[in-house]
Design a protein around this ligand. Structure first.
Ligand code: MN
Length: 248
């Protein structure tokens, strides 16, 4: 694709709700534009679009004079660098569930699970997640789990499990999922009770039991110097720690 231009647009007016956002996704895909659209908390729509100059101009015309889905009072445009997106998506839309289970087994670890195409893709994280962007945590890819397992908490043969955190997540990045996982670099945003904001999984060794690094991205939810697994050891379901489950 001959990418020639990239813009950021801020669209003001009565532009809340999913219908206009979804129409922008549809129109952008028809125009073979890449990028994203997001409903922001300040009530505006923000759009990043890149592609052929004429297609970008057609999208801008659509934003300025949309079908009866929205009342647009202004569109601010700025030229930005082409970022190399490989899709056009709505951001801020949940992709499904995530859960982190603390697991006492032969080796103590945390299991990070993200719902992808109906199953829970899973990584064993020996030291658990961190909200400090300077901390890179080893995450070993393990077998998929069923969604039914997400709420499991209790004793097991020779150990136990607590639901350490849970919530929903958004898929991010410039490459669509699950291809991003196949390629070994996946960006996502967690909305948990303890974990919030952007994270990245970066594969460092492929093959059986592939090794990844789990890294908090720099954003408003980053907590440099913190250690959330020490500060918040309790289950988000029962309030009990794993030691309490194992002891009683
Ligand atoms: Mn496990």
């Amino acid at each position: 694709m001959a990418v020639t231009e990239a813009i950021r647009a801020v669209v003001r007016g009565d532009v809340n709700g999913a219908d206009f956002r979804d129409a922008i996704v549809k129109r952008s895909r028809q125009l073979t534009l890449m990028g994203w659209v997001r409903n922001d908390e300040d009530g505006v729509l923000r759009i990043h679009a890149e592609g052929e100059r004429r297609a970008v101009a057609e999208l801008v015309a659509f934003l300025r004079d949309p079908p009866s889905l929205a009342r647009v009072t202004g569109v601010e445009l700025s030229q930005v660098k082409v970022e190399g997106h490989e899709q056009f998506v709505a951001r801020g839309v949940s992709a499904g569930a995530f859960v982190v289970q603390e697991h006492a087994a032969t080796a103590h670890h945390f299991d990070l699970r993200l719902e992808v195409e109906g199953v829970m893709r899973s990584w064993a994280v020996p030291k658990g997640p961190s909200l400090d962007p300077a901390v890179k945590r080893l995450a070993v890819e393990v077998e998929d789990h069923s969604k039914e397992h997400n709420s499991f908490e209790g004793r097991t043969d020779g150990g136990g499990v607590i639901v350490w955190d849970r919530g929903t997540y958004e898929q991010g990045g410039r490459v669509p999922w699950p291809e991003a996982l196949t390629r070994g670099h996946a960006v996502f945003v967690l909305h948990g009770e303890k974990l919030h904001g952007g994270f990245a999984l970066q594969r460092t060794r492929a093959g059986d039991k592939a090794q990844w690094l789990l890294i908090k991205r720099q954003d408003d939810e980053a907590r440099p110097g913190s250690d959330v697994v020490v500060e918040r050891p309790e289950s988000v379901v029962s309030g009990r720690t794993l030691d309490e489950i194992l002891g009683g």
